[in-house]
Design a protein around this ligand. Structure first.
Ligand code: PTT
Ligand code: SF4
Length: 606
């Protein structure tokens, strides 16, 4: 096999055993890598109904066939598991040197099961695997852990770790790397904590086998040059994703006061141009020449790396208008290893619940000190923090009183930073995303605003599916960042060429789309299998706030989504996907995609 290493590393933490496994070439050809491998492994190897926090759950780090090769933005790693937050398929995509060195160590994926008897760090150096006592690291932040590990292991190591939120099984804890890359929104960091696994340190010294190394060298150099020549490059380097704050404000989609408003009075103070004045450097993922991490000094004088999502959710959504204070909360999210998007939702939910008298604790919008304290309470599961550590779906089930309508999530995963009172297409993107409410698979909002945000047309659904196949399929499987493509206009044809040079296999766009479709159908089948009798199309409907409570403020004041039209649009979506009226892939669809075994297992139950 070329392009792929052809090897998975299986780790059993209970037995302290590591086994390299040669996997079959057909797996690579049919699922490519990253999310494709993760979904297939979870479907095949995880027993149905496994408790996400039980030792039997699998934590998977999966690269793609382009990961680690010196081509644009190829330092990405999928981290996946059955999610403790949603109960379904969960993953995230983080940039880390661990991705590069995992491939250089000779592995396309690391599959971790079991639970260590005491806190442990996994040290992998090529074929050697060591289980290192992590007693002295347990209880420390992800930043401190990585800093200390960097002193112990050589410079050429990749490190991913969890902070206290992961250790304390906060259900939206992520896995953190390089003080500002965080991945696995639906609680992958909590799964890591449940296994007593504090960190992975990976060293790799082998070359990645390539079908045509000379061609790849040239294509990679050309690709980097092309990225630099893109007209949007220089503004991107200045602001990265932060310019989205102003854009969202202009278009009334900036989540404000727990998604009640689409504009925030103090938006300018947390926007991209304010950030530019505070910026001290750029940081980013390996092998990237368009690094987008905006490092600023926060109000406590420490470095914090800002992105739009973090600022939208830990700024406007909780009523906080000082960017240097938002930066503190953002840094705390990384240190504790929270997902910042879910954290902003959870805090917004808590403030609203407090204002409505549904919890006894008193919180005000934008009250920085109280919110900072609350975040610490969530990390250590103290008081009301313990309830909130379960995420907004579980917290609303506990406090009741109709709070489910404004617990802003889909399938348990909190919504990322786009208000959808007046954006039905984006609402459908959240409703049908692979992991719950995340924009990863389809950032439909910019296109929708140009195409006409009022309509619920078939064209919108078709465009959504096309986008999901590219972003949720192709990019999640290749192991590269999608920003060159979707933010600078670096064409998809590059990836076609890279794949050919890496693997020697001709992947036409049709063939890639088929692989993507296979992956996304398998992910959906996993959800249906794990939810069993609880599965229903209602799970694809976003929260009632957007349908029942008109948007406050902005030119779109008074907008709501229409439930009947949303459901009709969902029907069209299901038809186009080849799914039945409950959103379950039909037998024919699964068989057509070569997933007859999946159809057999799924339909044996019905
Ligand atoms: C991603 C999600 C996002 S999406 C953001 S900001 W974004 C938040 N970032 C967080 C953070 O930071 N710290 C923290 N404690 N929690 C955070 N939660 C949120 O996580 C990220 C970039 C970004 S920044 C995006 S859109 C793109 N996402 C990609 C993707 O999903 N796939 C892919 N092939 N390429 C992508 N490129 C871009 O990567 P999750 P990262 Mg992240 C500080 O992980 O779980 O997928 O959630 O990985 O290395 O930080 O890069 O405006
Ligand atoms: Fe990472 Fe940003 Fe570069 Fe993508 S563009 S690889 S997210 S630094």
């Amino acid at each position: 096999m070329l392009g792929w290493t052809g090897v998975f590393l299986n780790i059993d933490l209970t037995q302290r055993k590591a086994t390299a496994e040669q996997y079959d070439e057909s797996l690579a050809l049919n699922f490519l890598g990253g999310r494709g491998f993760a979904a297939k492994i979870l479907w095949d190897r995880l027993k149905e109904g496994t408790d996400p926090f039980s030792p039997e759950n699998l934590l998977i780090f999966a690269a793609g066939p382009l990961t680690g090769i010196g081509l644009p933005n190829s330092g990405k790693l999928v981290v996946a598991s059955k999610s403790p937050l949603t109960g379904g398929y969960g993953d995230g995509n983080t940039g880390s040197w661990a991705a590069v060195y995992m491939r250089k160590a000779g592995y396309d994926a690391i599959i971790i099961k079991g639970k260590a008897a005491a806190p442990v760090i996994l040290h992998i150096k090529d074929d050697a695997v060591e289980f290192v006592n992590a007693k002295d690291y347990w209880g420390t932040s992800s930043f401190e852990t990585e800093e200390r590990l960097k002193k112990v292991y050589p410079r050429n190591s990749g490190i991913v770790s969890i902070g206290q939120a992961g250790e304390n099984l906060v259900k939206f804890a992520t896995v953190v790397s390089q003080e500002g890359r965080a991945g696995g929104r639906p609680g992958m960091g909590a799964v890591m904590g449940s296994k007593n696994l504090k960190a992975l340190v990976i060293e790799g010294t082998k070359p990645i086998p390539l079908a045509n190394p000379e061609e790849m060298k040239k294509l990679a150099a050309d690709g980097y040059k092309e990225v630099l020549a893109k007209p949007l490059y220089s503004f991107w380097k200045r602001q990265g994703t932060m310019s989205t704050v102003e854009w969202s404000q202009e278009n009334s989609v900036l989540p404000t006061f727990n998604f009640r408003q689409g504009t925030f009075e103090q938006a300018e103070g947390i926007g991209g141009f304010t950030m530019e004045k505070m910026k001290v450097s750029n940081r980013g993922c390996p092998q990237c020449n368009m690094t987008c991490g905006n490092v600023v000094k926060d109000s406590e004088g420490k470095d914090s790396e800002l992105d739009y999502e973090n600022v939208g959710m830990l700024g406007a959504n909780i009523g906080l208008g000082s960017l240097s204070q938002v930066a503190v909360l953002n840094r705390l999210a990384d240190e504790f290893s929270f997902d910042s998007i879910s954290l902003g939702n959870v805090v917004g939910f808590a403030i609203e619940a407090s204002q409505k008298g549904l919890i006894k604790e008193k919180f005000e919008w934008g009250d920085f000190e109280a919110i900072e304290g609350l975040i610490e309470d969530i990390a250590y599961r103290r008081g009301v923090g313990d309830v909130l550590a379960e995420g907004v779906r579980a917290a609303s089930a506990k406090i009741g009183n109709g709070s489910g309508d404004w617990a802003m999530h889909v399938k348990g995963l909190e919504i990322s930073a786009y208000d959808c009172h007046a954006a039905p297409g984006m609402a459908l993107a959240y409703g049908t995303s692979s992991i719950g409410a995340h924009h990863k698979d389809a950032w439909l909002i910019t296109w929708e605003i140009k195409a006409g945000r009022e309509n619920y047309d078939k064209e919108k659904v078709a465009y959504l599916i096309k986008t999901q196949l590219i972003r949720g399929g192709l990019f999640e499987a290749l192991g590269v960042c999608r920003f060159p493509y979707n933010s600078l206009g670096f064409g998809l044809e590059w990836y076609h060429k890279y794949l050919r040079a890496a693997t020697g296999v001709e992947f036409s766009m049709d063939r890639i789309n088929e692989v993507s479709d296979r992956i996304l159908n398998l992910v959906r089948a996993f959800w249906v299998r794990e939810y069993g009798k609880e599965w229903s199309r209602e799970l694809d409907v976003p929260p009632m706030r957007w349908f029942k409570e008109p948007l406050v403020g902005s030119p779109y004041e008074g907008s709501t989504l229409n439930l009947e039209k949303y459901n009709a649009m969902l029907d069209v979506y299901y038809q186009m996907r080849g799914w039945n009226i409950n959103g379950v892939p039909t037998k024919e669809t699964l068989e057509k995609l070569g997933l007859a075994d999946v159809a057999g297992r799924l339909y044996a139950k019905v």
